[in-house]
Design a protein around this ligand. Structure first.
Ligand code: GN1
Ligand code: MG
Length: 350
């Protein structure tokens, strides 16, 4: 956080009396609501995590060109990125912090957890509209800001490296967990071998990155940090990872974790109504396996960060990343235990 926020406010031409309060629950950036008493306008201000996003210019350029493209499409409105008074996509505060500002869409909300079929369908609809609006956008215009982001083999390699250098890897609980990861990893082979078109993907489609209005209508995806060229099935699976789980990824009691088939059905119905026609056969085939794939990747990532000493994800207690990893692996198991039914739903809906 900057010692004083007034340089940031001035850079954007906001009143120095503006107030600022934290609103985020993300694990990477810090997000604030800024209210300008002079104009009575609200904004979302974000401090970009520079140890995760090393090339801020590339990140912000990705965000600006996709944001502009989406807002030009008729049935999609995303919070507008606001430039500084000198026309920059972000502000450097002189203390090595980068800041960006967005339009605040009034009367909207985010949802952390749901058991509502309606919300599931709306969430699917948003993901579908996002991908429809980006058909024809050349994904090679985007920089790869975090290489290997959803590359399971690379993530497993990172885990092996962490294991070699970490004291914690010798604990029995870590060894048991690692064995479980090894036992499951080959189930996802077909996703590494598939031939999928490169599309613009959001790469962080968790439920609380979807904006809803007060009547629970889905508006748009927020948090465009991880926009990169990628494969569509990862956005599909990642949305269900949080949406169809009975509990948050922070729940440490794994006996409470289960995957809801109903939520999955409504989400799939909502998304397919928007994007069925744009999917290739290979993309359709990848959808069922993308559902356990995304929590599996997260289990690997959280566990790796636990072994590395929590250098990547914010934690509230030392073992939290291990608990998150166990939570995600329980979700993977719950998904596989219902996989026949999941496949049947795809037969009907795709
Ligand atoms: C991180 O910061 P946040 O919460 O938007 C992570 C995602 C994970 C998510 C898990 C850049 O996102 O990949 O799915 O945590 N983002 C990055 O909650 O690593
Ligand atoms: Mg994110």
């Amino acid at each position: 956080m900057a010692k004083s926020i007034s340089p940031i406010l001035s850079a954007y031409g906001l009143s120095v009396d503006s107030t600022m309060s934290e609103i985020s629950n993300g694990l990477i950036n810090n997000t604030y609501l800024v209210s300008d008493p002079k104009t009575e306008l609200n904004y979302v201000l974000q401090q970009i995590n520079r140890s995760v996003f090393r090339d801020v210019d590339a990140l912000m350029s990705n965000m600006r060109i996709v944001n502009t493209h989406l807002n030009a499409s008729e049935d999609y409105h995303a919070p507008r990125l606001i430039q500084t008074l000198t026309g920059k996509d972000y502000f450097e505060d002189g203390e090595n912090h980068s800041w960006r500002l967005f339009e605040y869409i009034e009367n909207c909300k985010t949802i952390n957890l749901t058991s509502s079929n309606h919300i599931a369908q709306e969430a699917g609809n948003v993901i579908g509209r996002f991908h429809s609006a980006l058909v024809g956008f050349d994904s090679t215009r985007l920089s790869v800001t975090i290489p290997h982001f959803h590359d399971l083999d690379w993530r497993l390699n990172q885990l092996k490296k962490a294991q070699k250098s970490s004291q914690k890897a010798n604990e029995q609980t870590s060894k048991t967990f690692f064995t479980q990861i090894q036992a499951l990893k080959d189930k996802f082979k077909s996703l590494s071998n598939g031939s999928f078109p490169s599309r613009v993907t959001h790469n962080d489609t968790k439920l609380n990155n979807i904006l809803f209005d007060q009547d629970d209508k889905g508006i748009c995806l927020i948090d465009l940090d991880t926009l990169m060229p990628g494969y569509l099935h990862t956005d599909f699976g990642d949305a269900l990872r949080t949406l169809a789980s009975s509990v948050s990824e922070n729940e440490s009691d794994t006996s409470k974790v289960f995957f809801s088939i109903d939520i999955f059905k409504f989400f799939t119905y909502g998304s397919m109504s928007e994007m069925r026609d744009l999917l290739t056969e290979d993309e359709k085939t990848a959808l069922p396996l993308s559902i356990p794939f995304m929590p599996f990747i997260m289990a690997v990532r959280f566990f790796t960060d636990y072994l590395n000493g929590n250098v990547y994800y914010k934690v509230n207690y030392p073992d939290q990343n291990f608990d998150r990893a166990k939570n995600q692996l329980s979700l993977v198991k719950s998904i596989f235990s219902q996989f026949d039914e999941i496949n049947n739903v795809f037969q009907e809906l795709t």
